[in-house]
Design a binder for this molecule. Structure first.
Ligand code: NCD
Length: 328
C-alpha cells in the first residue's frame, strides 16, 4: 500500500543533504511537516510498512550516545522498507584509532544511500557530506545543529497549537552547549514564530547579541518575566557532559532561577491555559524540569518522540525518493 503524498511533495526540488536548519526555506519546512503528517498515519496502523525506500540502505553512524534520535531514524527507515544498519563509535574501528574520514569512506564504499551521522565535533556532518556521494543527515554535531529535532519540535507544537506564525516560544536553559537551540531558532524564525531565549548570563552564548538583533529574536535572563507571555516553553537539558567549569553555583540554584518548577507550571497555566511544554530529552527531572511539569497535560514530551519517527520518515523520503533526479 502506498501513502497518498501530495503532488507538490513529490514534484518539488529537494535537497541532497540535511546538514543545517538553514538549508530549508519556509516552503521546504512546510513540505517536510506536511509529509510527516501523512507518515504519522502509518504509526497508527497495525502493519507499519510502506514500500517507498525498498532496496535503499540507510546507515546510522552514531559517535555520541542517543536513545530517541537513533532509534527513531532506525524505525523511520524500516517503516519505509529501507535496509537500516547501526554503527556506533564505541563498537566500531574508530575505537582502534581509525579516523572519521576512513570510517565514513569504508561505510560509503559498501554502497550506502544515506548516512545519518551524530558526532561530537561541530561541523562533522558538513565535512562528511564532502567525502561521500550518499545523502547525509545531521543527527547532531557537537554544539552546532540538530535539524530534525527542530522539525519534529515544530511539527509537535503545530499539532497542538495550530499555525505557529506569530506565536511566542521561549527556549530556556543551557543555551551554550545546545545544538537543539540553534536549529530550533532557525526553523521557528523561518515559520514566523516569535522566540525568546532565556538563560543565566553564564549559559548565554557569547556573541549572541548581534545575531539576536539581526534575526529578530529576544534574549532574557529573567524566566519569571517571560513565562506568562508564552504559548510554548521549551526546556533544554543542562549538558553537564559538555561543561568544563562551573556554570552555576549549585543545581538547586539553577532550578530556583531557571527550572520549570511546580510553582512556575501554575503561573504558566494560569496565564495561558493552552500553553504547552516541550523538552527534547533526555530530561534531568528535578533540575531543569520538575516531574509535575514533565508529566503535565500540557507536556508534549512523548508527542515529540512520536513525531520524531514521522518527521524522520518524511526527511528520508524527501532526500531519497522525493523529487528523484533533482538533487542539487
Ligand atoms: C538532544 C541532543 O542530543 O542534542 N537530544 C535529542 O536529540 N533528543 C538534546 C540533549 O542531549 O540534551
Amino acid at each position: 500500500m502506498t501513502i497518498a503524498l501530495s503532488r507538490e511533495a513529490t514534484t518539488r526540488h529537494t535537497r541532497r543533504h540535511l546538514l543545517s536548519s538553514a538549508d530549508l526555506d519556509r516552503a521546504q519546512v512546510r513540505e517536510i511537516l506536511d509529509t510527516a503528517a501523512e507518515m504519522h498515519g502509518v504509526q497508527q496502523r497495525e502493519v507499519k510498512k510502506l514500500p517507498t525506500l525498498r532496496g535503499r540502505t540507510v546507515v546510522n553512524l552514531f559517535f555520541e550516545d542517543s536513545t530517541r534520535t537513533r532509534s527513531s531514524f532506525e524505525i523511520a527507515g524500516k517503516w519505509l522498507s529501507a535496509d537500516v544498519i547501526n554503527i556506533s563509535g564505541k563498537g566500531s574501528s574508530t575505537s582502534k584509532g581509525e579516523s572519521l574520514r576512513d570510517t565514513v569512506l569504508t561505510v560509503a564504499a559498501m554502497g550506502v544511500d544515506a548516512l545519518v551521522i551524530r558526532h561530537h565535533a561541530s561541523g562533522a556532518a558538513q565535512q562528511v557530506s564532502q567525502w561521500v556521494d550518499a545523502h547525509v543527515v545531521n543527527a547532531g554535531d557537537g554544539t552546532h545543529e540538530h535539524p530534525t529535532q527542530a522539525l519534529l519540535d515544530a511539527y509537535t507544537m503545530e499539532r497542538r497549537l495550530g499555525d505557529l506564525e506569530g506565536r511566542h516560544v521561549a527556549i530556556v536553559g543551557d543555551l551554550t552547549h545546545s545544538r537543539v537551540v540553534r536549529s530550533n531558532l532557525i526553523t521557528l524564525r523561518t515559520l514566523g514564530v516569535r522566540v525568546t531565549l532565556v538563560a543565566p548570563p553564564t549559559l548565554m552564548p557569547s556573541g549572541i547579541g548581534p545575531w539576536a538583533a539581526a534575526e529578530g529574536f529576544a534574549l532574557s535572563n529573567d524566566f519569571d518575566a517571560v513565562l506568562p507571555t508564552v504559548d510554548a516553553v521549551m526546556m533544554l537539558r543542562v549538558q553537564r557532559e559538555r561543561m568544563s567549569g562551573g556554570f552555576f553555583p549549585t543545581p538547586r540554584e539553577y532550578t530556583v532561577g531557571y527550572g520549570l518548577t511546580r510553582p512556575r507550571l501554575d503561573v504558566l497555566m494560569a496565564a495561558n491555559p493552552d500553553a504547552v511544554i516541550c523538552h527534547p530529552g533526555p530530561m534531568n527531572r528535578g533540575l531543569e524540569i520538575s516531574p509535575d511539569a514533565a508529566d503535565a497535560a500540557a507536556s508534549l514530551v512523548l508527542d515529540q518522540v512520536s513525531a520524531g519517527v514521522a518527521v524522520r520518515m518524511s526527511v528520508l523520503y524527501h532526500l531519497l525518493a522525493g523529487g528523484e533526479g533533482e538533487d542539487s
